[in-house]
Design a protein around this ligand. Structure first.
Ligand code: IPT
Length: 955
């Protein structure tokens, strides 16, 4: 018998819900009691919204046989699949598009929690229950009373419950539906993960306690004064001891202050005191304006060096703990980032506290995306349908009211990829009216009707340059607006390439105020068999594969080479040198900070080895200033060696986010050039029946294939042009640049045939002539291997002459050979991490050590990785190889073909051979998985080429 059956109409109702209190500022009280209701809850999942009645919400219900889950959490990530599975789609709705209807199959999680009030819970006053995030729709009962229902997954909802509380045995029942009308507004590109995924808290509300309040703290850069006014629903006083401020709420006060910026995040501790409550304040004074067509903070134009951050944890999904949030902020600060777009919803509020504290500019984005409507030319788009406008305004208000007291937030974003429409205009108008101290962002409206910035995503370099020059046209309004790329540099798999080229444009044109890389973290889900799972790994009927793994950090938060590259691209100090005249030019590229926080160091390398180092005294340059600084006399006795200077900028002292000596920026420049390896061709090849001998090497007499060098047996080197296509090589099908990953397969570059034309024994060389070409096509590469030796060393010169009409660049061009064993690797060249032609800024020339296993970059979907750039020589497996010229080096325990075939890292198993690639060229990486391919200057064209390697046994 059911205790009471509530209507289920609310699930498909476009309204935001009923029963919740009006939105207000989110804060942690100093003295009002709070009781966390996080922890273990009872859960029952049903297949439909009404498979079970709601009698569980009544007092005395026995849920003893229900499962136990953690709140915050997503039920599909708990119980080993017993409660259903995650679904990943990019923009396609995983249900029929028939708004506001959702499928009958609508997983519904009934959650139960019984709690007692702590003994010291005050008997007077009221109380509210706050839900910080529930996906996607919930109905709530306390002690059998229905207190309301709500939608808006990543937004807080509070309910007044004081009149319902009992000292012991309170029953909180929450029925959560995976799908609701709200799901149409939450089509962000991510996993669909139902559940109560943020905190649930009971808050005591004493009589006379604070309701809502708004801290207005501006900064006048001309006078150096800040003006503070705290508006509060409930009158009280505001104090800031460090500034001698003690004023009534609603009263303005102006005093000299240190301003807040992302680089100098000065916060003043204050307090708001009403009759019934004390609330701590952390006040940052700053003024954000649009002036002269630029976004200015405290009078200065700023440059965003940002990233898009989804909330992600490989085991907990979007239920993040504070330590994880802090780790994100620290990693960002340590990699020179200065901005975050909270794509595509307001984050857990604690994350914004961290942004205030450590210093990051924030674009706070509303929980709104209707991207799937693009498939029907935006017909029926909720953002252009008045029936939905109350839900949109509710979402805007819940974001702004919750987050308005964070100095780090400089933009409110209406949402992402929702087309255009009246609802968005209504949101923008409401936000502008409520908070004139910040700007409004929205990307989807290129006419900029509702926004204060012209924002785009994945615009190609040439278009960005045009926009920088103001040659892009557009509406009258747009022409006066600054430009940002709210998404660019798609960090899926290996890449993104071309970041340095974007940064050059951002720094060249004032109108371009920077951008935000897509995105921060790979949303891989930890999986017992697959390592990290991505779309399709849970048997989804509709999914977008590994498009969900496109972050600058791996799922376990290890920085990927993309983050290391970005750190270098956006470094706040430019260090350029001239080895010939012994000076280094240092430029301060911060917007606010001078260089007094940094210590500079020079070092001098001979053949990559640091022989001397010392402190370099650099003036505390103001933002934008440069100075030429004299380097010391170069150490003598480096004749015949390659020498270079390295100058580094380090933290001079511990900061909140980094330790003394943390490297912020660096520059390298040559002092004397590298002498190329020479081998006199003095040895003459000799042949026996089966073998040819030349210097330290033996070859197969019939094929001319190298067999041994010294005592080392090798699988003979052959020309190699194939690489396991990266996500950026494959490209996304909607991209306009040619998708070479596909064409490479079409033209058979993954199955080249090697025809032997001649084995010639000369006086001073063994020459092997071949033609390397794909089946089915007339193109080919005439390839000649010429071997010479001085008796101890063996030189291979490879000449490649393309034949036919090559319509595609080559993935790589070099040789591949096999070694029976190799583990430790030493090299002189670029490192320590991987680099490709358009991702090589962070590659530092020096002496590096690694192992074959550590050379691999663990992209969640395996693909080409691990090349080291500018390698002069490398030692592994008992061999030393010197390059003429420098080369790209990679080594792995599987072939490129095996790498190509793998779908997860767990598909890769080491074989008996270590495969070594020595490449003369690599094709660029680009960002075509969602953006431009490699720029033309990074294409590896098929053209006549010659390159050499000198083999010797390692010393
Ligand atoms: C863009 C989305 O805003 C973002 O959420 C993500 O999906 C990204 O692409 C790709 O990973 S939209 C795209 C159609 C440009």
């Amino acid at each position: 018998m059911s205790f009471r059956t509530t209507s289920v109409d609310y699930v498909e109702d476009v309204s935001p819900g009923s029963g919740a209190l009006p939105p207000r500022a989110w804060y942690a009280s100093s003295d009002a009691k709070a009781l966390s209701l996080n922890g273990s809850w009872r859960l029952r999942v049903s297949a439909t919204i009404d498979a079970e009645d709601d009698s569980f919400a009544g007092e005395g219900y026995d849920a003893g046989d229900w499962a136990e889950v953690s709140v915050p959490g997503h039920w599909v990530l708990q119980g080993d699949g017993a409660f259903g599975s995650p679904i990943y789609t990019n923009h396609l709705y995983p249900f029929p598009v028939d708004p506001p209807h959702v499928p009958t199959e609508n997983p519904t999680g009934d959650h139960l929690r019984v709690f007692d009030l702590p003994a010291d819970w005050p008997g007077d006053g009221g109380a509210v229950i706050r839900f910080d995030g529930v996906e996607s729709c919930a109905r709530v009962w306390l002690n059998g009373t229905d207190i309301g229902e709500f939608k808006g997954s990543r937004l807080p909802h509070e309910f007044a419950v004081g009149h319902l509380l009992k000292p012991t045995g309170n029953v909180l029942a929450v029925r959560v539906h995976q799908w609701s009308a709200g799901s149409y507004l939450e089509d962000q590109d991510q996993w669909w993960l139902p559940g109560i995924f943020r905190d649930v808290t009971l808050l005591h509300r004493p009589a006379g306690s604070v309701g809502d309040f708004f801290v207005h703290a501006s900064f006048d850069h001309v006078t150096g004064e800040g003006t503070l006014r705290v508006d509060s629903d409930v009158d009280g006083r505001v104090s800031v001891p460090a500034l001698d401020i003690d004023v009534a709420t609603g009263e303005s006060v102006t005093v000299a202050v240190e301003p807040w910026s992302a680089e100098t995040p000065k916060l003043y501790d204050g307090e708001l005191v009403t009759a019934g409550e004390r609330v701590p304040l952390r006040i940052g004074f700053r003024t954000v304006v649009l002036e002269d067509g630029l976004i200015k903070v405290n009078g200065r134009a700023i440059l965003f060096k940002g990233v898009n951050r989804h909330e992600w944890h490989p085991e907990k999904g979007r239920a993040l703990d504070l330590a994880t949030m802090r780790e994100d902020v620290l990693l960002m600060k340590r990699h020179n980032l200065n901005a975050v777009r909270t794509s595509h919803y307001p984050p857990h509020p604690a994350f914004l506290d961290l942004c205030d504290e450590y210093g990051l500019w924030v674009i706070d984005e509303c929980d709104l995306e209707t991207h799937g409507f693009t498939e029907q030319a935006w017909r029926d788009n909720p953002v252009d349908d008045d029936r939905w406008t109350p839900a949109l305004l509710d979402r805007a208000a819940r974001m702004v009211e919750r987050d308005k007291n964070h100095p780090s937030i400089v933009f409110w974003s209406l949402g992402n990829e929702a087309g255009t429409g009246r609802g968005l205009t209504a949101m923008a108008e409401w936000i502008h009216g409520r908070d004139s101290s910040r700007l409004v962002h929205y990307e989807g409206d290129w006419d900029c009707r509702d926004t204060d910035v012209y924002s785009r995503m994945y615009a190609f370099h040439d278009e960005v340059e045009k926009i920088g020059q103001g040659l892009d046209g557009g509406t009258h309004k747009r022409r006066d607006l600054p430009f940002i790329q709210c998404e660019y540099g798609h960090a899926m798999g290996n890449g993104p390439g071309g970041l340095a080229d974007y940064q050059e444009l951002f720094e060249k044109y004032d109108r371009l105020q920077g951008g935000f890389i897509w995105e921060w973290i790979d949303h891989g889900i930890k999986h017992p068999e697959l390592g990290y799972a991505y779309g399709g790994d849970f048997g989804e009927e509709l999914h977008d594969g590994n498009f969900v793994c496109d972050g600058l950090i791996f799922p376990d938060r290890t920085p990927s080479p993309g983050l290391v590259e970005y750190k270098k691209v956006i470094e706040p100090v430019r260090i350029e040198g001239d080895g010939a005249d012994g000076t280094v030019r240092v430029t301060n590229k911060y917007d606010f900070a001078d260089l007094s926080g940094l210590a500079f160091e020079w070092s001098f390398q001979v053949d990559g080895k640091t022989v001397e180092a010392g402190a370099l005294s650099v003036p505390a340059l103001a933002p934008g200033e440069s100075a030429d600084v004299k380097l010391p006399e170069p150490p003598a006795d480096a004749q015949g060696a390659e020498t270079q200077w390295t100058v580094r900028a380090l933290l001079a002292a511990d900061t909140a986010w980094g330790q003394k000596d943390h490297e912020v920026a660096w520059g390298q420049f040559p002092a004397s050039a590298r002498p190329l390896p020479t081998v006199a061709a003095t040895d003459r090849p000799t042949a026996s029946e089966k073998l040819i001998y030349l210097g330290p090497a033996s070859f197969d007499a019939r094929t001319g294939a190298l067999k041994t060098i010294g005592g080392v047996e090798v699988t003979a080197p052959r020309l190699d042009v194939w690489r396991a296509p990266t996500d950026n090589d494959d490209g996304a099908e909607w991209q306009t640049d040619t998708r070479y990953g596909m064409l490479w397969r079409k033209y058979g570059l993954h199955r080249m045939r090697h025809r032997l034309d001649a084995v010639e024994l000369g006086d001073d060389a063994l020459t092997v002539r071949t033609r390397v070409a794909p089946a089915a096509w007339e193109v080919g590469l005439a390839t000649v291997y010429r071997w010479t030796s001085d008796g101890t060393r063996l030189k291979l010169t490879v000449s490649v002459t393309p034949e036919g009409d090559w319509k595609v660049p080559l993935p790589r061009l070099g040789i591949r050979f096999g070694l029976p064993q190799a583990d430790a690797v030493r090299w002189f060249g670029g490192g320590p991490g991987e680099a490709y032609p358009d991702t090589r800024l962070a590659s530092m020339v020096g002496r590096w050590n690694s192992t074959v296993d550590e050379l691999q970059t663990p992209y969640v979907r395996p693909q080409e990785n691990g090349a080291r750039a500018d390698v002069r020589w490398v030692e592994l497996g008992g061999l030393r190889i010197d390059g003429d010229p420098e080369f790209w080096f990679s080594a792995r325990r599987w072939t490129s073909e095996q790498l190509d075939a793998a779908a997860h890292l767990t598909d890769l198993t080491p074989g008996d051979t270590v495969w070594v690639n020595l490449d003369h060229g690599q094709h660029g990486i680009g960002s075509q998985s969602c953006g431009p391919g490699p720029l033309p200057q990074y294409h590896l064209r098929a053209e006549p080429t010659e390159f050499s390697f000198v083999f010797s046994t390692a010393r």
